[in-house]
Design a protein around this ligand. Structure first.
Ligand SMILES: [Fe+2]
Length: 200
């Protein structure tokens, strides 16, 4: 086995450990998003290569938060404009980090990293164009980015992040997805996420 073959299976777990070491709740959330995104992709009959890229993107969607100042991530009150600009860079930082792991020889691994990076870069884009960083709309947002974005919102809503706020129940979070199908979220994907989340 050459160096690329030995690095490849370790890349996502290594980055996942870096996220968990930086912030454990984000690490736990990220692993759940990866698993849920994969289940959604499986129901959509995606190829094994796409499922792998989707799981990679789901597990590492917030990797770029490693590049956002900790005081901004932990800021307790409303964010000012400069802090928002810092937060809004995390999809791009994460995608660039993943793309930078492409070996000079290129090949199928690079192709898969590219697909995963595009998903990471677009997980905060929204179907109606109201998201960030690019403001893409509809199918301009890669399928993997649309799936990870939906699953991220669902899991974030149901996660208890602070003792001050109650987490939403699974039903409430799925209700939010249904209410915003066709505006914030791809209306063809919302029922699939509801089906997968309802099984868990
Ligand atoms: Fe994010």
């Amino acid at each position: 086995m050459g160096p690329i073959e030995t690095t490849r299976p370790r890349l996502a777990p290594a980055f996942g450990e870096a996220i968990a070491a930086y912030d454990l709740p984000t690490g736990v959330h990220s692993a759940r998003v990866g698993a849920l995104a994969r289940a959604v992709g499986a129901l959509l009959d995606l190829s094994e290569a796409d499922l792998e890229a989707l799981t990679f993107a789901g597990t590492l969607h917030d990797l770029g938060k490693l590049g956002v100042p900790e005081r901004t991530l932990a800021w307790p009150g409303p964010l000012d404009a400069a802090q928002w600009q810092e937060i809004k860079r995390h999809p791009t930082i994460g995608a660039e980090l993943v793309r930078s792991c492409c070996p000079p020889s290129g090949g199928s691994f690079c192709h898969q990293l590219d697909i995963a990076a595009a998903g990471i870069e677009t997980h905060h884009e929204r179907f109606d164009g109201s998201g960030y960083p690019a403001g893409y709309a509809g199918e301009e947002i890669p399928l993997i980015g649309r799936i990870v974005g939906l699953v991220d919102v669902y899991d974030s809503m149901t996660q208890q992040r602070s003792y001050r706020y109650r987490a939403f129940t699974s039903e409430e979070a799925l209700g939010h997805l249904a209410e915003n199908a066709g505006t914030l979220f791809d209306p063809t994907l919302v029922p699939v996420v509801i089906e997968v989340a309802g099984r868990r």
